[in-house]
Design a protein around this ligand. Sequence first.
Ligand code: PMP
Length: 420
Amino acid sequence: MVREPGVQSDDSPEKRPTLDPWHGHYAARAADMIASEVRALFAVASRPEVVSLAGGMPNVSALPLEVVSAMMADLVTRQGAVALQYGSAQGVESLRESVCEVMALEGIAARPDDVVVTCGSQQALDLVAKVFLDPGDTVVTEAPTYVTAISTFAAYQARVAHVPMDGDGVVPEALADAFDRLRAEGRPAKLFYTVPTFQNPAGVTLAAGRRRRVLEVCRRAGVLVLEDNPYGLLRYDGEPVRPLRADAGRDEVVYLGSFSKTFAPGLRVGWALAPSAVRDRLVLAAESAVLSQSPLTQLVVDRYLRTQPWGDQLKVFREMYRERRDAMLRALTEHMPPGTTWTVPEGGFFVWATLPDGLDAKAMLPRATSARVAYVPGTGFFANGDGRAHLRLSFCYPPPDRIAEGVRRLGDVVAQEIAL
Ligand code: PMP
């Protein structure tokens, strides 16, 4: 079939199906692909007059850009034959060694051979979904959960079952109940996807004392844990916690890591640490997806870790984000009307706020953007439409004075909403 000249295809077939000459040709899974609420907000949130508390973009301006630039030039000049060539689907070996040292900082003992380098941890998530999920399978996640995990699981036509969290993260008894219920319904959970530390979007951390219990519940139910930990090294206060993978059996957890928040998201370097048999399948899946990740960006990350004071850079990031978190928390206390509550994250990028009874964060969003502040309504983080009373506020990107101004505007909007 030939595309009609002059007819624009639209990426969202639901919107303008009649203009799409390929309507009716798509795979069933394409219909299950959903647009992220965060992405939909991008255009509004990036207007200069709007304070965006919406996106989760790390602040790369804090990086020594000249150093990275010189390193890239040098890599191309001296190692161009490797850096600009195809690489292995599993990833550059010296980077996999460095990745193991990074994981050791949080208490994980791992072998480079069990690491697969991916295009951000997002691709690792996709590959895990690809090798484990058939249409109709069920993934259990926290409620709320990472928005793009929901869309990744949806793209493989899997169903998401949520388990509630409290201030200490996912509730182990509720997790056990969910596994039992799903088994009784004849659709036992295949994976438990969790962001246990500085969760996106809720900002909460699974308490150290609950971690073994969560592992035990998954072990007993025979459910593989998919632990996503992009923020673990960005702790601003409180006691460090060990990732689930650090205290689990080697076969119980697939662990995802990323340099997006601790170095640079534009390099697109993340990884999966997986049980050996799972690793083999992830490598095959990676090969068919991309042949190999970019050797150039892998070598940049590896060289950076090996030659630069990365620990000091992490400290710079932590101090910068701590200051921004504190600015947000102070402003929330100062400007939010009574009845609004929020989480107090010890790290990461996000605060999760709950509006006074009866208010709807999604309905309120147009009024907030008119008042020049943007956030992500809670509904994007639930697979079932819940979350209207909530909003995610990111403190990673705007400087502290802009955060304070954004929260002040938001406080006014909420106050007007109450008065409506
Ligand atoms: N998991 C979580 C919880 C995230 O917040 C993000 C980034 N927003 C990712 C995975 C993906 O990050 P990346 O692909 O850049 O490593």
